[in-house]
Design a protein around this ligand. Structure first.
Ligand code: PEP
Ligand code: MN
Length: 347
């Protein structure tokens, strides 16, 4: 349930509602908007009638049920967009933010040259995998802690905040020491033990959509993070499994628009994993921005043909810079009938 406080409700009135929600057996989450405050009552097994009675409590405008199974991530509890601050870079604000870097951190030279190149091209954040979720156990698994130190060094040199994947609860503390944004990979979207642990970490989370997850399941995974206390969550659409085999995954553009509609959380797109083909990345990136993505995460490598992971979908420095130059150019003009033919009856 959502308890909408009236505009100008006093702190004392808000406090009374919070206490009453607890007494009714629910957890109160207070969302302070620019105009009004909302108290979301979440949980199960509480006394619903007691919550409904808050309708007549002083300072309360109305009490309404949250229609969706996800509660705290729902736009119903927060109409304004959430802006997540990642080491000083806002995601979800006015500007589209581009995150770029190699799939995997492979060496000092590879990471630092990439960091400088993507920064020069306009990226605001650096990505690089230290712990890699590989389909085969015989493939390169990442440099682990060594990569984390290199990511810290790259941030110190370039000022770019860094994002890297956390695969296991064991690694959360060490990764949180080095990274500004902790990525939950697609394969781990429903690793509930990991989500619960990350809900208690003092770092924003990038939550990728699972390759076979519905939008509802994705938002419910985000709900674990918010319900556990971490409201700094960025959603990432990275493509889903379909019958198509020409692309690695199918980037679900409608899901980006839908997630923005259903949730106040920022949503970014990963056109690299979403297509698996470097030739498609500029066009698909533009499409993602057109449907409302707040950012992009793109794989870039100094020499994609020698990459230890995801070479075929990685851009080299030159093609990344070219893509960045093209991102802000307008999409094609839609032909419309001239004004004189429109509107006036008989005109
Ligand atoms: C990655 O970002 O390199 C990655 C493995 O992503 P995903 O979890 O989307 O496959
Ligand atoms: Mn990758």
């Amino acid at each position: 349930m959502i308890i909408n406080m009236a505009e100008g409700a006093s702190e004392q009135q808000i406090e009374h509602v919070i206490e009453s929600v607890k007494l009714a057996g629910y957890q109160p989450h207070v969302i302070r908007g620019t105009e009004r405050t909302i108290v979301a009552a979440v949980g199960s097994g509480g006394n619903r009638v007691q919550l409904e009675a808050l309708q007549v409590a002083p300072g309360v405008e109305d009490v309404i049920a949250i229609a969706q199974p996800f509660k705290l991530v729902s736009r119903q509890v927060r109409r304004e967009n959430t802006v997540v601050d990642v080491g000083g870079v806002p995601i979800g604000g006015d500007d589209v933010v581009v995150i770029a870097g190699p799939c995997s951190v492979e060496s000092r030279d590879q990471l630092l040259t990439t960091a400088h190149a993507v920064k020069a091209a306009g990226a605001r954040m650096l990505r690089g995998g230290a712990y890699k979720p590989r389909t085969s156990p015989y493939d390169f698994q990442g440099l682990g802690q060594e990569a984390l130190h290199l990511l810290s060094e790259a941030r110190a040199e370039t000022g770019l905040p860094v994002v890297t994947e956390v695969m296991s609860t064991e690694d959360v503390d060490i990764i949180a020491e080095h990274a500004d944004l902790l990525q939950v990979g697609a394969r781990n979207m429903q690793n509930f033990a990991l989500l619960r642990r990350l809900a208690r970490v003092n770092r924003p989370i990038l939550l990728k959509r699972g390759p076979s997850a519905t939008v509802k399941e994705w938002l419910l995974a985000a709900e674990y993070l918010l319900a556990g206390g971490n409201s700094n969550v960025v959603l990432c659409e990275r493509g889903i499994k379909t019958f198509e085999t020409e692309t690695r995954n199918t980037l679900d553009l409608a899901a980006i628009a839908l997630a923005k509609e259903l949730s106040h959380l920022p949503v970014i797109a990963d056109p690299s994993h979403g297509t698996g083909r470097r030739s498609l990345i500029p066009a698909v990136s533009k499409a993602a921005i057109a449907v409302g993505a707040d950012g992009l995460i793109v794989e870039v490598h100094p020499c994609p043909e020698r990459a230890l992971s995801d070479g075929p979908q990685s851009l080299d420095f030159e093609s990344f810079a070219a893509m960045m130059r093209g991102l802000s150019s307008p999409v094609r003009v839609v032909s419309l009938p001239m004004a004189k033919h429109m509107g006036s009856p008989g005109g």
